[in-house]
Design a binder for this molecule. Structure first.
Ligand code: 2P0
Length: 331
């Protein structure tokens, strides 16, 4: 049965990163990664199958989605239609609650919301593993936005990606950390993660193979730090992993340098705060903004310190949350 369906999916922040693919079409990673799901920052998407449409059409924040984005959306929709045994196209509408260009990727939440809403709209009843695999074919990091809490994305070994999916390893209540996003004002158009990974995976960084090996070890160390709720251990692996990813990017030829001066100032600020007793650590994605994980009792003081760093536009505050879910129509 075809029906209109709406889903919300949260964004996620990698604690150990996905940066390198073994398959660029299926978004199969060279290593596993671990992430934390954000509570309220994400994407709300409505999918309405419509036999009168000649083609799929999608509005994102009231603008028609660009052709490159539409290609990825169709890839996900076509898998669903094939399984549902229909050719009917759909009208889609999406609203991001992640402020755009604020250092949080919207593709993770966007494709997780699409996978859930579209599978429901076309009458499929998929479990979390199937949804994660479906979301991954739109954008790799979206595999991790289906589940809530602390999430492990298995790299997998099969060529078809059937064993490359994400699942929750600890729920949000296990360690209810606060998450602060220090947004760095950045005028430069950045290289997209998809393109950056392609450039980096092509083998011109002398560090790339070592980086992938480190990721395999860091996932294990990170999961233990999460299990023990040990911020010192978490800081060592999370900060080390992010810095190793950026070292790999920077040592590519041509180099990928995402940092701005305030990025470095934020790194020093977080390390100083921790040396003074604050329970916090940072990570940085393919951009200049810095994300800080923090024990609740330290969040206010840490946020104030981050906001005082020169060149910071704002500090967003959120916490660990639950995964993608169906909601009543709202957009
Ligand atoms: C991550 N990033 O693990 C890493 C850290 C960026 C840096 O996942 O090509 O937008 O769509 O699979 O998912 C961003 O990569 O790339 C990303 P595609 P995606 O969060």
């Amino acid at each position: 049965m075809l029906q209109r369906a709406t889903a919300f999916a949260p964004s996620n922040i990698a604690l150990t990163k996905y940066w390198g693919k073994r398959d660029h079409t299926l978004n199969l990673p060279l290593a596993p990664s671990l992430s934390v799901t954000l509570s309220d920052l994400g994407t709300l998407t409505v999918v309405a199958p419509n036999p009168d449409l000649d083609d799929d059409v999608m509005m994102v924040d009231d603008q028609e989605l660009d052709p490159a984005g539409m290609t990825k959306v169709r890839r996900v929709l076509n898998i669903i239609r094939q399984r549902a045994g229909t050719q009917v196209k759909a009208g889609l509408r999406s609203v991001n609650t992640v402020p755009t260009a604020r250092g949080l990727a919207s593709s993770a939440s966007a494709f997780a919301a699409l996978a859930l809403a579209a599978s429901k709209a076309y009458g499929l009843d998929l479990d979390e593993r199937e949804l994660s695999i479906l979301a991954r074919t739109g954008s790799g990091s979206a595999a991790r936005s289906v589940a809530g809490g602390y999430v492990l994305w298995h790299g997998g070994t099969t060529a078809d990606g059937s064993d490359s999916y994400a699942e929750r390893v600890f729920d949000a209540e296990h360690w209810p950390l606060k998450i602060l996003v220090a947004v760095v004002a950045d005028q430069k158009k950045k290289v997209s993660s998809t393109l950056g990974m392609k450039m980096n995976s092509a083998g011109t960084s002398p560090l790339f193979d070592a980086w992938i090996g480190q990721c395999q070890r860091d996932v294990v160390t990170c999961q233990k730090a999460l299990q023990d709720k040990n911020m010192r251990a978490l800081a060592e692996v999370v900060e080390g992993n992010a810095l190793a990813m950026h070292a790999t990017m920077m040592s590519n030829r041509p180099p990928l340098l995402y940092w701005q001066a305030p990025t470095v100032a934020l790194i020093h600020a977080v390390q100083r705060l921790r040396s003074e007793g604050a329970e916090c650590c940072f990570t940085i994605d393919a951009g200049s903004s810095v994300v800080v994980l923090c024990e609740p009792q330290d969040a206010r003081a840490v946020a104030d310190e981050l906001a005082a760093v020169a060149g910071i536009e704002e500090v967003l505050q959120t916490h660990v949350g639950s995964g993608a879910r169906l909601v009543g129509d709202a957009v």
